[in-house]
Design a protein around this ligand. Structure first.
Ligand code: TXE
Length: 483
C-alpha cells in the first residue's frame, strides 16, 4: 500500500521520490509506505489551494454545506473500513475506532457544515451617525498539522471548520499515521469537493510540516501535537505574523474528593487514565485523591487497570491496544523506570503483557500501569507521558488539591468528583485548565471552546472560537446622514 500526496484533486508521488516506511504498531511490521514530502511538494499544494480559494470562498454557504454534509455521510457509511484502517495504522482497539474516532470524525464535519448556515456577525447602530457592522471572511490557505493519537478525528476537527468557513487547506498528517487522511482524500473526491480545496502533503514534521509552517503564503496554522514542537512552530510563525492555534500537551489532574460517588468516580478514572493506551491529550494522568478515601480509590483503580484486556487491536474484545511506535514505547517505559528510581511503587503494569496472540507478539504493548508514592514534583507527575500510566497522589484539603492540580506547566483539562455543588463550581473556577469536567470525563459538546492554558497551548477551536479563528473580521462603518 502507498500513501501519496493529494494535490489539486489527484494523488501524486513526492517530487523528490522519497518514501518512508509505515509500521503497524500491533505487529511491529512495515505494512505500507508513505510519501516523504519536502518543500517542493508543499509549494505545489499551496499553489493548488490558492487556485481553488476564490471559487470555494465565494460559493454560497448552503452549497459548501451540502458538499461537506455529503462527506460526513460518506465517512459514516464507510465506518467499518475506516475503523479498521485507523486501528491498523495507530494500534488502538477497533472497538474505540468504531465507537469514537470515526463517528466523531463525521460529527466534526457535519457540525461545521451546518454551523455555517446559522452564523451571524454583529452590527451596531451608532446614535445619530450611522451603522457599524463586522464582516467575516475566509482567511485563505490554512496549514493544518495533526498528530498520531486520534488521526482522523483530530484532522477533521481542523478540516471541518477551515473548509466550512470558506478556506482551502493544505494538511500534514502525522508520518506515523498517514492512512485515514489518505482515505479522507478519497472520500473528498467521491463527495465532489472541487480539486484543490483539500490538499494533503504526507511526510516528516521536520521536512513537510516545517515547510508548511514557514510558507509565506500560508497565513493560518493550526497545530495539535507536542509542546516542544508547538514552541518551534511558534518561533517560526510569530515573526511572520501568522494566525496560530496550538493545541499542545496536558498533565491533567483528576481530583476525587471524599464526598464523591466512588461507584462512578473509580471506573471513570480508570477510563480517563487508559483509554487509547493513555494516548489522549485529555487523559487523566494524575489522580489526586483526598486522603480519607485514598486506599479505597487506589485499590479500585488498580483492580480496574488489571481487568483491562490487552490484545490484538483488531479483536473487538480488546481494551488496550499497542502504543504508536517503538520509540514512544521506550519513552513511556523510561518514565516508569524513572518513577522506580525516585522511590515510586509500580502497583500494576510496567511491563508488556505476557499472553499476546501470535499475530501481535512483535507489537509495542504495555500493560496499564498505576504508580503511587511519589510527590507532586516527581518527573512522572510533571511531564506528559502520553501512555497507559497513571500516578496517584493524596491530598488533605480542597486548597491543597487545587494547588497540586495547578502545579504543573500544563493546563489543558481537569476533572473533579464531588457531591457538593458549591465546591464543584468553586474548584472548577480555581483550576487552571481550559476544560473542566465535573463528575464526568470526555463529554464533548462541539459548541464549547476547546483548548488549554499555560504550556498546553494558545487559541481555541470549538464552536464560535473556530468561527473566529478560521475567519478574519473587518469592521465596516456607514455614515447615515439624519436630515
Ligand atoms: O509529536 P509531534 P511527537 C505529545 C506527547 C508525545 C510528544 C511527542 O507527549 O509524547 O508530544 O510526540 C508534526 N514543524 N503529543 O513527537 O512531533 C508531526 O509530523 C511542523 C501530544 O510524535 O508534536 C506531526 O504531524 N510540524 C499530542 C505533528 O507535528 C512538525 C499529540 C505532531 O507531532 C514539526 C501528539 C515541525 N518542526 C503528541 N515537527 C496532543 N496534544 O494530542 C513535527 N511536526
Amino acid at each position: 500500500m502507498t500513501f501519496d500526496h493529494f494535490i489539486g484533486g489527484k494523488f501524486v508521488p513526492p517530487i523528490e521520490g522519497r518514501y518512508l516506511d509505515v509500521y503497524e504498531p500491533a505487529t511491529g511490521q512495515v505494512y505500507a509506505r508513505c510519501a516523504a514530502g519536502t518543500s517542493a511538494d508543499v509549494d505545489l499544494a499551496v499553489a493548488a489551494a490558492e487556485a481553488a480559494f476564490p471559487k470555494w470562498s465565494s460559493m454560497a454557504a448552503d452549497q459548501r454545506s451540502r458538499l461537506l454534509l455529503k462527506l460526513a455521510d460518506l465517512i459514516e457509511s464507510r465506518l467499518e473500513w475506516l475503523a479498521e484502517a485507523e486501528t491498523r495504522d495507530q494500534g488502538k482497539p477497533i472497538a474505540l475506532s468504531r465507537s469514537m474516532d470515526i463517528p466523531r470524525a463525521a460529527q466534526n464535519i457535519r457540525f461545521f457544515a451546518t454551523a455555517i448556515l446559522h452564523s451571524s456577525s454583529e452590527s451596531f447602530a451608532i446614535d445619530q451617525i450611522g451603522l457599524s457592522y463586522t464582516l467575516r471572511r475566509a482567511r485563505g490557505v490554512c496549514g493544518l498539522i495533526s498528530p498520531w493519537n486520534l488521526p482522523l478525528y483530530l484532522l477533521t476537527w481542523k478540516v471541518g471548520p477551515a473548509l466550512a468557513y470558506g478556506n482551502t487547506v493544505v494538511a500534514k498528517p502525522s508520518e506515523l499515521t498517514p492512512r485515514t487522511a489518505h482515505h479522507l482524500a478519497e472520500l473528498c473526491v467521491e463527495a465532489g469537493l472541487p480539486p484543490g480545496v483539500l490538499n494533503l502533503v504526507q511526510g516528516y514534521g521536520r521536512e513537510a510540516g516545517a515547510a508548511l509552517v514557514a510558507h509565506p503564503r500560508v497565513a493560518t496554522i493550526s497545530f495539535t501535537g507536542g509542546t516542544t514542537t508547538g514552541r518551534e512552530i511558534a518561533r517560526v510563525a510569530a515573526p511572520m505574523f501568522k494566525k496560530l492555534s496550538l493545541e499542545l500537551g496536558g498533565k491533567n489532574a483528576n481530583v476525587i474528593f471524599a464526598d464523591a460517588e466512588l461507584g462512578k468516580a473509580i471506573p471513570m478514572s480508570v477510563r480517563a487514565a487508559f483509554t487509547n493506551q493513555g494516548e489522549v491529550c485529555l487523559t487523566g494522568s494524575r489522580l489526586l485523591v483526598e486522603r480519607s478515601i485514598y486506599d479505597k480509590v487506589l485499590e479500585g483503580v488498580v483492580a480496574g487497570a488489571k481487568q483491562l484486556r490487552s490484545g490484538d487491536p483488531l479483536d473487538p474484545h480488546t481494551d488496550q491496544g499497542a502504543l504508536v511506535s517503538r520509540e514512544h514505547l521506550e519513552k513511556v517505559r523510561g518514565y516508569i523506570a524513572s518513577a522506580r528510581e525516585a522511590g515510586g511503587q509500580v502497583l500494576c503494569g510496567g511491563e508488556p503483557p505476557h499472553d499476546l496472540p501470535e499475530r501481535v507478539r512483535g507489537g509495542y504493548f504495555l500493560r496499564p500501569t498505576v504508580i503511587a508514592g511519589l510527590g507532586p514534583d516527581a518527573r512522572v507527575n510533571q511531564e506528559e507521558i502520553f501512555g497507559p500510566v497513571v500516578s496517584v497522589i493524596p491530598f488533605d484539603s480542597e486548597a491543597e488539591g487545587v494547588a497540586i492540580a495547578n502545579g504543573t506547566p500544563y493546563g489543558l483539562a481537569a476533572t473533579l468528583w464531588t457531591g457538593d455543588v458549591s465546591r464543584a463550581h468553586r474548584v472548577a473556577e480555581n483550576l487552571q485548565a481550559g476544560i473542566v469536567w465535573i463528575n464526568c470525563w470526555l463529554v464533548r459538546d462541539l459548541r464549547t471552546p476547546f483548548g488549554g492554558v499555560k504550556q498546553s497551548g494558545v487559541g481555541r477551536e470549538g464552536g464560535e472560537d473556530a468561527y473566529h479563528f478560521y475567519t478574519e473580521s473587518k469592521s465596516v462603518t456607514l455614515r447615515v446622514p439624519h436630515q
